[in-house]
Ligand binder design. Structure first.
Ligand SMILES: NC(=O)c1ccc[n+]([C@@H]2O[C@H](COP(=O)([O-])OP(=O)(O)OC[C@H]3O[C@@H](n4cnc5c(N)ncnc54)[C@H](OP(=O)(O)O)[C@@H]3O)[C@@H](O)[C@H]2O)c1
Length: 251
């Protein structure tokens, strides 16, 4: 069973390819680095030849409103067309918990458009929605920084380790399509400002984190439950403090 991982050189993709190979699966990493461009279609017909499963864990290089929408709609349309032509039987995509609930967010509007294209296409599919990765904390802080202060709303967040995301996506990829959405989340809930404060402190980052109910998260105002799963999510194992203090982990 050939599994093609689109974005297979990225944070999640590289872990996913490794996990699938450890399980003895034929897993191929596809990305710009390996000569595959989902925006133009370059290399897609060749890499998808005889593929049983496509897993899209690619991400837009830019989160700017127009660029990110163009990335997810163009690349998903191309991927679906080439996957259908190749007879792929299972299309898996990684999305974000809260997609569809935070329309103020340009990034999540683009992820919602990606999900809609997949749901409407007709290829058997599974969408995995994950919460924020521990590895994403510095980027979140950077996006919320004004001078030396980071402003974030004190809403609930249930982040998870990228390694647990990859494990969850690998499980979904080798199972039958659910033709629906699976949510995954970490084992603990935090207040958003407190999580980022702990993350920055562990890196000796001197920025001050302030709770501000109206601070925007990548353009969006959040409510108490915006970032946490709606139902019972499949749980990731890694606790935040264990991840922070594991020296071998890439943060
Ligand atoms: N960050 C979070 O907290 C979070 C939470 C939930 C879900 N997600 C989702 O997780 C997914 C993966 O995120 P990540 O952090 O693992 O991404 P990442 O590390 O930024 O990797 C992005 C991958 O996409 C590839 N790529 C970009 N443009 C491409 C193109 N035109 N054609 C082919 N490949 C292309 C890159 O290839 P090159 O390296 O060759 O450029 C790279 O392999 C995203 O879809 C995101 O929405 C993220």
């Amino acid at each position: 069973m050939k599994i093609v991982v689109i974005g297979g050189t990225g944070l999640i993709g590289s872990k996913l390819v490794a996990k699938l190979r450890e399980q003895g699966r034929e897993s191929v990493a596809a990305s710009l680095d390996t000569g595959i461009n989902t925006l133009t279609g370059e290399g897609l017909a060749k890499v998808l030849d005889h593929a049983a499963v496509v897993v899209d864990v690619s991400d837009s290089p830019s989160f700017e409103e127009v660029a990110v929408m163009k990335f997810f709609t163009t690349s998903t349309s191309n991927l679906l067309d080439y996957a259908k032509a190749a007879g792929v039987g299972h299309y898996v995509a990684l999305s974000v918990v809260g997609t569809g609930r935070i329309p103020d967010s340009p990034y999540l509007r683009a992820k919602n458009a990606q999900e809609t294209l997949i749901k409407d296409d007709g290829i058997p599919y599974s969408i995995v929605r994950a919460t924020q990765f521990f590895e994403f904390i510095t980027r979140i802080a950077d996006g919320a920084t004004d001078g030396a202060t980071v402003r974030l709303p004190p809403v609930l967040i249930q982040p998870m380790a990228a390694d647990d995301v990859a494990t969850a996506v690998a499980r979904v990829a080798v199972a039958a399509p659910v033709n629906g959405t699976v949510e995954v989340a970490g084992p603990q809930q935090f207040r958003f400002d407190e999580l980022i404060r702990q993350g920055l402190r562990a890196r000796n980052d001197p920025r001050k984190v302030v709770a501000d109910a109206h601070a925007r998260y990548f353009g969006a105002e959040l409510s108490e439950g915006s970032l946490i799963p709606e139902d019972e999510p499949r749980p990731g194992e890694t606790r935040f403090e264990d991840w922070l203090h594991k020296p071998t982990l890439v943060k």
